[in-house]
Design a protein around this ligand. Structure first.
Ligand code: ATP
Ligand code: MG
Length: 395
């Protein structure tokens, strides 16, 4: 293997105390995602290196483009730290490109190397000029820049740079529970939460027979897409039918959505405690619908002391749609299967609910046992980008 993917960590470098933990987590994440490939992965404080077989490059790139914690990467050629070898490879590499102006940029981290960075760049520039016709050096706006990183045993030469997905490696924050409906917003919220390093479980509230198996399968497909950015994701499916029916039987119609969401949050909090999660994450976006006005969010939020993170709270719908397209969840999200929220939505939901009224309405039925029952009978599936497990018991 004479090629290597050279990874720059980016945002990690600002976390001085936690640096090792961040690098280790990134190393584990990359190793896990590339376990099917013949690769050698190692790292130091400045870079992570993935040696790979040429034939796997495209597939490996499509995977690492989805790994958070990578700021930028390069496909580099490895040579021994020896000026003659470096000269020869430098010439070979630039010959693959069409350019009329160029520069060589050297970074020498091995200070024992016989040449300093400037001398090395000059010598390599001279070799390229001497061997290729019709080209000149332009240090300000070159068509091509050959980067040379001189390290102790090996040196790395590259021309092209690729943008990584940024963020922090997944697993540098503990578990968060994502409320995942089949809509556009919640998968995007899950993606953004993972980008901050949060490990994710998803929770889906279903109301069979009012909602279909197609709606459930749609959520499973969304989880599959999200799992490309992490390890596997556990999807917890809550049977919401009895609670939802009770709400619509007993409560004022305009308060049904407010109360339904308060019930969801109560269940989320209990699940979060069971699974040792530290936050609830959802796709609420301020002002998008009646239940997402600030007064509505406030009344709903009263039932939990758990942090509720709303990654898309301040995004426009069009911005959310752009992200959904980027992460490839949009086409699944727009499939027209009814969700428990859409089946029961009243014509005029209250947009400025009062806490006292919500409490009064809820007291019309004994919801506590229903909530305990829903939590007890939750079904869990473990989903990764290539595998969906059978239902497993609550862990
Ligand atoms: P989405 O936000 O997924 O596009 P939506 O815009 O219809 O769906 P709402 O019904 O207003 O959203 O719900 C707001 C948030 O509440 C969702 O983003 C999601 O996080 C959560 N949520 C709503 N319905 C469900 C459900 N059936 N299961 C799990 N979470 C849900
Ligand atoms: Mg929404």
């Amino acid at each position: 293997m004479d090629k290597v993917i050279l990874i720059k960590y980016g945002e990690l470098t600002t976390k001085k105390g936690n640096r090792n933990f961040f690098m280790q987590t990134l190393y584990q994440n990359i190793s896990h995602k590339l376990k099917k490939f013949k690769v050698k992965i190692h790292y130091d404080r400045a870079r992570m290196y993935i040696e790979f077989l040429d034939c796997d490059l495209e597939k490996i790139q499509s995977i690492i483009d989805k790994i958070f914690g990578i700021h930028m990467y390069h496909i580099a050629t490895i040579v021994h730290t020896n000026i003659e070898e470096i000269k020869q490879k430098a010439l070979e590499i630039v010959q693959d490109f069409a350019f009329s102006t160029f520069k060589v940029e050297t970074m020498r981290s091995d200070k024992t190397f016989e040449l300093n960075s400037l001398e090395c760049s000059r010598i390599l520039g001279g070799v390229i000029l001497k061997n290729l016709d019709g080209i000149s050096v332009d240090v300000h706006h070159p068509d091509l820049t050959l980067h040379v990183e001189i390290r102790e045993k090996y040196s790395y030469l590259y021309v092209q740079s690729y943008q990584g997905s940024g963020g922090y490696p997944v697993g540098t924050q503990p578990l968060g529970l994502l409320m995942l409906s089949g809509g556009i917003d919640s998968p995007v919220s899950g993606y953004l939460a993972m980008k901050r390093g949060i490990l994710l479980d998803a929770v889906y509230f279903e109301a069979i027979p009012h909602t279909s198996m197609d709606a459930r399968n749609k959520v499973i497909d969304l989880v599959k897409k999200l799992s490309c950015y992490t390890y596997s994701i556990r999807l917890h499916i809550v049977n919401f039918t009895p609670i939802q029916e009770a709400i619509y039987q007993h409560c004022k119609t305009d308060y049904c959505i407010t109360i339904m969401r308060r019930m969801m949050y109560r269940i989320m909090e209990k699940l979060a405690i069971n699974y040792r999660a530290f936050a609830i994450i959802n796709g609420e976006s301020i002002g998008q619908v009646a239940s997402q006005t600030l007064p509505s969010m406030s009344v709903v939020n009263q039932v939990t002391s758990m942090p509720v993170i709303r990654p898309v709270a301040c995004l426009d719908k069009l911005e959310i749609i752009d992200l959904a397209k980027k992460i490839d969840t949009y086409d699944i999200s727009i499939l027209p299967f009814e969700d428990c929220c859409t089946v029961f939505v009243p014509k005029h939901p209250v947009i400025h609910p009062k806490l006292s009224v919500a409490i009064q309405e809820e007291e019309k039925f004994s919801y506590q046992e229903m909530i305990d029952d829903a939590v007890l009978h939750v079904k869990t599936i473990c989903i990764s980008d290539d595998e969906v497990s059978e239902f497993s018991k609550l862990l």
